[in-house]
Design a protein around this ligand. Sequence first.
Ligand code: F6R
Length: 603
Amino acid sequence: MCGIVGYIGQKNALPILMEGLRREIYRGYDSTGIVIYDNNNDLVCVKAVGKLESLESKLDNYQLEGSLGLGHCRWATTGTVTEANAHPHWDCQKNIFLVHNGIIENYKELREKLIQEGHKFSSETDTEVLSHLIEKYFENSLEEAVRKALREVRGTYGLAVISKKDPQKIVAARLSSPMILGINGNEFLVASDPSAILTYTRQIINLDDNEIAVLKPDDFFILKEKPLTQIEWTLEEAEKGGYPHFMLKEIMEEPEAIENAIKGRIMAQEGLVKLGGLESVSERLRKINNIILVSCGTAHYAAMVGEYMLEEYAGISSKTDVGSEFRYRKPIVNEKTAAIFVSQSGETADTLAALREMKGKGILTLGITNVIGSSQVRESDAGVYTRSGPEIAVASTKAFLGQLSVLAALTVYLGRQRDMSLVMGQRIVSELAKLPKLAKEVLKSALEIEKIAKKYKDFDNFWFIGRKYNYPIALEGALKLKEISYLHAEGIGGGELKHGFLALVDEDFPTIAICPSDSVYNKMISNIEEVKARKGKVIAVATKGNEDIKKIVDDVIYIPKTLEMLTPLLSVIPLHLFAYYMAVLKGHDIDKPRNLAKSVTVE
Ligand code: F6R
């Protein structure tokens, strides 16, 4: 995720901005940049692709002295990883410089309009429309121009702007993207992340949505008076947003991961999905009648859910395989086959090998990827970003939600190219739009799930069972528990119990049954009864309002009702939390479990 830092005061701004960036880059980044209002009353901007050190070595060629400036580290979303796309961005006259976090959803329309009005753009980003809009509205007050410009914008922003025409001022604004002000006597800082300024001050003000702040060398003001807050976090805690572990922070970001994956992509009234990354291959996609989804680990379980969605709703024959198997098989493919590769990192060796194999055969290759500019993105014909933001914990959580959301969106995209009705398209899309809110509701059960974890902490073996859309979720729940709590857990399709697995069930081998009220609910109840008949304890993940299930099982975790195909996006959240709390109770290294790496770049 991108990071913003800004300084105005009496000291030299550059070292303060560089220190701020150093504190923000833990979140992941691909390029950096700064702008300083120097002692010659000039705005000097320096940007670099890659590590912060590249920016530092470029800065060695400058003598930058000035007490006002902005810094940014970028995690590309709109536009590739290039110096031109790195922030700060500027207007036609290079009078206005700004840094931005978030997404401007209507940037294409705004950009076209501004170009017609004579503005010249120098990047591919959505952000650049902001600098030209501010230029358009500038008369003599920067904050007034920012206020007018933001009225035209749809999307999210954390924003900091400076201008040569109204110098000695930083204007900051926010909407759904964090921005804080730091106060240190008569010096002021602005940042998107407290860790950027914690070494400098602990007195902060959280900017609220739709507020605009103006920071001057000796004063600041915002629309409303706001109380000062004393930050008690250590630097490490600040990086984790106050959570004890990245994994918990990332689970708590799961609603946001869904929202980011669908934001600006779904058209509720038309029952359509717009996926910019597939535009170049959309005609080829119309002719596809066979899809192969290849991935590894958690991403593979997302792909399995996708397989069910694509078959049932897009009407396309679909198959999944793990990269490590697929690369050694002899798959039957033809010109009507598309191969989809699902990966958080975009660097998983087995998935990449499968991609290269398919590309060599001339098959259409598509990536569903989180990391911008990764090998999978560069090497596939086209693709869709999950936009989950950096995932730091080794165990994948929020990226899984991003993958599921994109696969659901892709299902509507391909379905509507074929014979999915308008009504069905509208239904899926409108349910998808509700999911971030429903996911937040599930997270409210965290305390209850922690209690359940405490109750089951001394068991060494767990079954996870589910059917149809929730069969892959049983596999994911078991994998997560294994990975971080080092317990033995097995995920199976509920129907498989009788085919051998029941032999292990007894009072010491609890089962987690994912049984929302869907088309296979009754089948799941039969499976739960099979377990109960052998004295097995059962924790059910069931749909809110299902009181009957309490009579059969030992513990219930409720999830809200949604479309059957979307239930995995809610049912997996309690399983991520359960694995997390079990591992905490065992005192394990949550974010870096033993023997595992975040990105498996070797076979
Ligand atoms: C599980 C986990 C792994 C990854 C797998 C694929 O929590 O993190 O199973 O899902 O290694 O990684 P990506 O998605 O980067 O290809």
